[in-house]
Design a protein. Structure first.
Length: 131
């Protein structure tokens, strides 16, 4: 049967907790590029683009951060550390392997920002790679 592919976003338990926007564009097909765009972050802040093979809900409040981390901490890798521009934006590109074995693979992403002592996060995005 056909593979379901594409993207969906999901957030924490409180709808307004995520002040940073993360979007995903591109055909999301093997052999193409997936482009993640961070928007509405604090101008000049540092952003961490994180990715994982699994979603999760990790409460960061014990660490003084009032934001949930929506990816599995044990399966997370850092896609990049970025300086947000004057509009609070940055992006990163993920080349998708041109290998049919990757069709249907799910990858999750979330952006976290740090501006002095202020932390913020985006909703997470699930990408399922298309044929």
């Amino acid at each position: 049967h056909p593979v379901i592919c594409g993207q969906r976003s999901f957030g924490g338990l409180e709808a307004l907790v995520h002040g940073v926007d993360l979007t995903l564009s591109g055909p999301l097909q093997i052999g193409s590029n997936a482009i993640y765009d961070i928007q509405n972050g604090p101008a000049g802040a540092t952003a961490l683009g994180s990715m994982s093979l699994f979603p999760d809900y990790f409460d960061l409040s014990p660490f003084g951060v009032d934001e949930p981390y929506l990816l599995s901490p044990v399966a997370t890798f850092v896609a990049g550390i970025f300086n947000l521009n004057g509009s609070g934006a940055a992006s990163w590109t993920v080349p998708l392997p041109n290998d049919p074995g990757f069709v249907g693979v799910q990858v999750y992403a979330q952006a976290l920002t740090v501006n002095g002592q202020a932390f913020d996060s985006s909703r997470a995005i699930e990408m399922r790679i298309c044929p």
